[in-house]
Design a protein around this ligand. Structure first.
Ligand code: F6R
Length: 636
């Protein structure tokens, strides 16, 4: 079976095992096609078992990774008559002390995404019960394990992977032979789940999970990992040594495991990160930049000090052969990076612009800054906005979503209480409704709008600090986000129209947008898609031919040095001014709801990352700046 399956996958995905890789893995362009093929593999197994009149024992996972696989299985059932009558399922895990009906329970998840749509027999569904009493828990876990055994063990185990390296909820420290049991969740796992629970405090601390030993007994294992936030743990799992610190590395011992990855999740594997170490390369300008930065870091030397020997002994002799000498490559690269640095993000008047990131004309440019949430603008490019304004450009800021979900009830309550104290007839007032609503489990429209207003006012204060006029600030409130909950709708025509019309009205010479694909909810990606799609519609217009699109990275990440096309320096005073601007986003300070796993506040992260970029440039041999904001140009 393994052979057929791998052929199927390998035709569609990219399969190149290197000496560093200890687990069979296949990379796909994105998770959509990959998920369909995984569903196909499962369907083929179910059908093969049906032909033999046998049951098919599936181990199932929850989380964001398998959602598209389940969607495809549902489609196969509805459109291609795939029956689940012979399927017996065992889910990996459940939060402990979690009622089945709770919307964050894995029971709820499985019914929501799969079971309610297919013909699996209810008695064949097994999901650990998160409400078993402490006294009965041990026996319950033994029973769960024995039940799997009684059906002859798992035929197929579908897995996701946590950023701690957990599979199921087997957190670091889990033993190779561990069986179904209760476990304490790692802080990182809990913080990854925090946004679904509206804050980390509400995330359960314990769970019941099948063990590593239980999983490894499965005849076939397929692990899914999507997106760049999984890249680091995927690299450790596939290339690292087996260790209880990264429980997924135990899969290296399983003979029939395949990891299905998208490009981003696979991006840190040696063959992608430093391909010159494992194969002969086609030396594109991008690859040359990447490799020279890497070599300079590794040798702890500035670019101009790299020697022929450094190149030759680090897998880059073919580059040397192609380019001449180390000196030629070094000079070329030095000039390239030097030319990315500019204190004139809108172009420098009366200066030769041949090698500058931005052209000189027109001297006064219109810049349209898109900010997915009301704060990404100042966090990621507060210093650049300040420069654009002080250099005489017209800056417009468009907040794409309202950011309502990220205002805590505690903060909202403060605003209601202040407003209430100014309201004479408190009893029947609008404010008393808000005071009742704030305690409801799901946000009412009134609370949603209140939170939206809070974020709007904070955003206005923040950009006023940089002298952006109020009339140049727009709140698009894109409909895909305005669902009243953390679950968002897909990007629709109405969203595109709002973005497109604004671009068309302003006719900008520059568009700035968040190119960050790593935010916890994927909102940035949707916002970026809305801009890309709008540009696609508008690109034949004359003004668009003169428009340059610059991507900043977003609050969670920075561009790698080799990806940067424009680096805008900040003086210590500008760093301080930017910090004070970010401070106006008061509800996003301290106990912010969606901070991801990084516990630093946004202004600290921004400052650290801007300083780090400057230090990295300095180490490569460039002047010693205080901080840099970085941009990558998007060519359409
Ligand atoms: C889910 C489970 C977990 C998840 C992992 C990744 O049943 O056991 O191991 O697979 O936490 O979660 P996502 O897919 O949401 O990134």
């Amino acid at each position: 079976m393994k052979k057929n399956i791998n052929i199927n996958f390998q035709k569609a995905g990219k399969f190149e095992e290197t000496r560093f890789e200890k687990i069979h893995n296949i990379t796909f362009e994105n998770s959509i096609l990959a998920s369909k093929l995984v569903a196909k593999e499962i369907a083929e197994l179910i059908r093969a078992k049906q032909k033999e009149n046998k049951t098919c024992i599936l181990g199932l996972a929850t989380g964001s990774s398998p959602i598209l696989v389940y969607a495809e299985l549902v489609r196969l059932h509805q459109e291609e008559k795939l029956s689940f009558q012979n399927v017996i399922s065992f889910n990996l895990d459940e939060y402990y002390n979690m009622p089945k009906k709770h919307i964050q329970s894995y029971h709820y998840f499985m019914h929501l995404h799969l079971f309610q749509f297919i013909d699996i027999k209810p008695e064949n569904i097994h999901i650990p019960d998160g409400m078993v009493s402490k006294e009965n828990l041990r026996n319950y876990c033994l029973d769960y394990e024995q039940k799997i055994e009684s059906f002859g063990g798992l035929d197929y185990q579908l897995l996701g992977i946590g950023r701690t390296g957990h599979i199921g909820f087997n957190e670091p420290g889990s033993h190779f032979n561990s069986m179904t049991r209760s476990i304490t969740l790692d802080f990182l796992t809990r913080s990854d789940a925090a946004s679904d629970f509206f804050g980390i405090d509400a995330v359960p601390k314990r769970a019941v999970t099948m063990g590593i030993g239980s999983v490894l007994k499965s005849k076939r294992i397929v692990l899914l990992a999507w997106g760049n936030k999984k890249a680091s743990i995927i690299e450790k799992t596939i290339e690292g040594d087996i260790s209880s610190d990264v429980p997924a590395t135990y899969l290296q011992k399983h003979g029939n495991t395949t990891f299905i990855l998208d490009n981003e999740a696979a991006s840190l594997l040696t063959r992608n990160k430093t391909p010159w170490l494992v194969k002969s390369c086609e030396w594109t300008p991008e690859l040359i930049r990447k490799s020279v930065v890497w070599l300079s870091n590794l040798m702890n030397k500035s670019i101009l000090k790299l020697t022929d020997n450094d190149y030759n002994t680090h897998g880059m002799s073919s580059l040397l052969a192609q380019s001449g000498t180390a000196y030629d490559i070094n000079i070329d690269m030095f000039n390239h990076f030097q030319h990315t640095i500019t204190g004139w993000p809108g172009g420098k008047p009366n200066a030769d612009d041949t090698y500058r990131p931005e052209r000189e004309f027109p001297h006064k440019k219109r810049a349209l800054v898109f900010s997915p949430h009301p704060d990404d603008d100042v966090i990621s490019m507060g210093g650049t906005i300040d420069r654009l304004i002080s250099q005489g450009h017209e800056v417009h800021i468009a907040y794409q979503t309202s950011g309502s979900t990220a205002v805590s009830n505690i903060d909202a309550l403060k605003f209601i209480e202040v407003a209430t104290s100014f309201c004479p007839s408190k009893e029947e007032s609008y404010y008393s409704t808000l005071l009742t609503d704030i305690n409801k489990a799901n946000a009412t429209e009134a609370i949603w709008n209140l939170k939206k207003t809070i974020r709007q006012k904070e955003a206005l204060a923040a950009v006023r600090h940089l002298n952006v006029p109020d009339e140049n600030v727009y709140f698009l409130n894109l409909p895909f986000y305005e669902t009243g909950s953390t679950k968002k709708a897909p990007l629709g025509d109405e969203d595109i129209v709002l973005v497109r019309d604004l671009i068309d009205r302003i006719k900008p010479h520059q568009i700035y947008a968040a190119g960050d694909l790593a935010d916890p909810h994927g909102t940035h990606k949707v916002c970026l898609d809305s801009i890309y799609q709008s540009i696609e519609i508008l690109k034949s217009k004359d003004y668009m031919k003169e428009c340059r699109v610059w991507l900043y990275r977003g609050a969670w990440q920075e561009w790698d040095i080799d990806e940067i096309d424009m680096a805008v320096p900040m003086s210590p005073d500008q760093v301080l001014k930017k910090r004070n601007s970010i401070f106006h986003h008061q509800t996003q300070k301290d106990l912010v709801v969606f901070r991801g796993n990084d516990i630093r506040e946004f202004w600290v992260r921004a400052e650290d990352r801007n300083k780090e970029t400057a230090q990295t440039y300095h180490k490569l041999g460039f002047a010693d700046y205080e901080a840099f904001e970085a941009f990558k140009r998007y060519h359409f």
